[in-house]
Design a protein around this ligand. Sequence first.
Ligand SMILES: CCCCCCCC/C=C\CCCCCCCC(=O)N[C@@H](CO)[C@H](O)/C=C/CCCCCCCCCCCCC
Ligand SMILES: [Zn+2]
Length: 270
Amino acid sequence: MCTSVLQWTASRLTVCSLSHYLCCLNREHCQQPNHDPSSSIWCPADVSERPGVSVHLFLPGSSRLVEPYPTVPSFLPQLTCPLWLSAVGVGSWCFHMTLLYEMQLLDELPMIYSTCVFVYCLYECFKQEKTVGLIPITLLFVFSMSVSLVMYGVLVACLVMRSIFIVTWVYPWLRPLCYASLAIFMLGFLLWNIDNIFCEQLRTSRRVLPPGLGVLTQFHAWWHIFTGLGSYLHILLSLQIRSTFLKRRAKVKFLCGVWPTLHIEPQRTS
Ligand SMILES: CCCCCCCC/C=C\CCCCCCCC(=O)N[C@@H](CO)[C@H](O)/C=C/CCCCCCCCCCCCC
Ligand SMILES: [Zn+2]
């Protein structure tokens, strides 16, 4: 009898080390060569002002699989999600440290690609094992050609609608996980907007606030934290949907009582 376990140690993937970094002191983003201000979808002042310490969510990727390999292909797209999310973390880290245009691509391309993979996972989760959805892959490939905020928003909206559909009509017991992921992501989105809209005011307030307090008003950094957590929970949801469809028992367990991880029970072969 097979006793091995597919253990999703996503906690290792995302211990979410909040790596504080000093970003390009006294370096204005708008002074970067080849910089087109209209292409900025973030508040440049936040990351270029005085010795401000920005908080950034860095997502080192690693996952552990202890499982007979034939099962892995059925989960393959879902299992790559953490790696994509890690790529976002590394890209964002590079960008916020250098503020170079090339690095901005490293930040935004993985953001689009990872969301495309997430969308694929959620739209193809009820397919039989080891099938490849060529049409969605083609569509998403075409979609990913356009790196824009609107495209990203459309992809996220597709993800949100599909998640809500699944937890409303197919697996209602997954609602808490789905809505937790959505709420955290949306909270991040709200903070991202506040940061963009009140960029100047926040910047001014940081000049008078004590540094310990001022750093808390770095809402772009909070966006990274919340989007990282929201996406992480979304990956757990996606994996749980797939496991349930494949008749594999999966359960969210809290590591140290706090950090949610997904445990998929061994497949019974006898
Ligand atoms: C039900 C679950 C929903 C959870 C969805 C999780 C989707 C996660 C997808 C990808 C991984 C995270 C990507 C993070 C991006 C990090 C890069 C980044 O922050 N870049 C910034 C510069 O450093 C840049 O300013 C960010 C730009 C993105 C702007 C955010 C737009 C969000 C649009 C959301 C619209 C939602 C509409 C939903 C309506 C139902
Ligand atoms: Zn950012």
